[in-house]
Design a protein around this ligand. Structure first.
Ligand SMILES: Cc1ncc(COP(=O)(O)O)c(C=O)c1O
Length: 395
């Protein structure tokens, strides 16, 4: 028998699915995969349901419904001062995952180099490699997740086609500063490269942190594709509605990919997301505070158990240093698997976000959960630590 594609066969099942399967098998508290306990805004759920019942169930326009494309353009103007032509510069996709795929398919040629910033979301590198392009990963430096400017500069060359930038960033919770963005912008200009900006957590930022789209920096409007996701902005991760804003010349080849990948996205979900994006400023401004409280609740409980959390300014995720809970020679993946079985809690090993030689003492915990879920996870971790000896998560 001939076998499947070698590049993709070389990758395992995504860690998020693998750990969620384990969570179900062991009735574990799932702080692994990034989905909220929240049911999502009632407005959107009712709009989506009514639209189906009212009979709008045939193919919508390939680029997305006019209402949603107009809503995305209005959103970009309202929050970032971007002037966007909804007819030629907005594309609706089936989730940010499809948006990323469309960007890579539409923009890359075999042999192109792509600068990635690690720890990086696990979709990027496999797809880039599958297309024959070459990932050039650069690692942020924990615990503050500093951008190593010399290394970033060294990763860029005339062969660089794209930078993939995820801010606010999964899994680190880092929100790139304007200075860091200006530095990246200068490299993009110097090497005449493009940027795919994964901004799915754009509204999930805390405290003083402010999300600045790279696209708003001088010279970047023409070389950037900006990706958003209704899944994150409306706590409806199963809906898979994403949107890309890009200059028409860049969006054209991206749209060619979309027409062959999914062609379109369910009309009722587009209709509901358009209503969601049209909500008042209060909805968007109110997203950060409850998440920041959940972050603090989890971080405080873990600190009481002796496990420090790294700084986090946005997203759903905290990175934890579990070094003191690991056994001699145990890596982060083995630790997370043991924790499910012995502790009844699912976390994600950070090695999933690195191409090679990852740190082995870091894990990701998701905090977009009800207080009761966070408290139960902390109770189980506390009990596992107390049990001591070989049964314990503590060495
Ligand atoms: C950084 C990042 N990009 C993209 C996605 C995918 O978003 P969607 O569910 O809209 O496909 C996620 C989902 O977790 C993510 O964390």
């Amino acid at each position: 028998m001939k076998s499947g594609n070698a590049t993709l066969s070389g990758y395992g099942t995504t860690i998020f699915e693998a750990m969620s399967v384990l969570a179900r098998e062991h009735a574990a508290v799932n702080l692994g995969q990034g989905f909220p306990d929240d049911r999502g805004p009632e407005l959107l759920r009712r709009e989506a349901a009514a639209y189906v019942v009212d009979g709008h169930n045939q193919y919508p326009p390939m680029m997305g419904t006019p209402a949603l494309r107009q809503a995305v353009a209005a959103h970009d103007r309202r929050f970032y001062g971007l002037e966007v032509d909804w007819q030629t510069e907005v594309l609706v996709t089936s989730g940010a995952t499809e948006a990323l795929m469309d960007c890579f398919l539409g923009l890359l040629e075999a042999g192109d180099e792509v600068v990635l910033i690690e720890p990086a979301y696990d979709t990027y590198a496999p797809v880039i490699r599958r297309l024959g392009a070459i990932p050039r990963p650069v690692r942020l430096v924990p615990p503050a997740w500093q951008l190593p400017r010399e290394e970033v500069e060294a990763a860029f060359s005339t062969r660089t086609k794209l930078l993939v930038l995820n801010s606010p960033m999964n899994p680190t919770g880092k929100v790139f500063t304007r200075e860091e963005l200006a530095f990246l912008a200068s490299l993009l200009e110097r090497y005449d490269a493009l940027a795919v900006c994964d901004e799915v957590y754009e509204h999930l930022v805390f405290g003083e942190a402010r999300h600045v789209p790279l696209m708003t920096l001088p010279g970047m409007r023409e070389r950037t594709a900006r990706i958003g996701s209704a899944g994150k902005t409306f706590s409806l991760t199963g809906w898979k509605v994403g949107y890309i804003t890009a200059p028409a010349a860049l969006l054209r080849p991206i749209t060619k990919a979309h027409q062959f990948v999914t062609f379109t996205t369910p009309p009722n979900l587009q209709h509901a997301v358009a209503a969601g994006l049209g909500q008042g400023d209060g909805y968007f401004a109110g997203l950060g505070a409850p998440l920041a409280r959940s972050r603090d609740r989890l971080a405080a409980g873990l600190a009481a158990l002796g496990v420090p959390a790294l700084p986090c300014e946005g997203t759903y995720f905290l990175v934890l240093d579990v070094g003191r809970w690991q056994r001699e020679g145990e890596d982060d993946l083995a630790f997370c698997k043991r924790l499910v079985v012995e502790g009844g809690v699912v976390l994600i090993p950070m090695s999933a976000f690195y191409d090679a030689s990852p740190p082995r003492n870091l894990v990701r915990a998701c905090f977009c959960k009800l207080d009761s879920t966070i408290d139960e996870a902390l109770r189980r971790l506390g009990a596992a630590v107390q049990r001591g000896g070989g049964d314990s998560v503590e060495r």
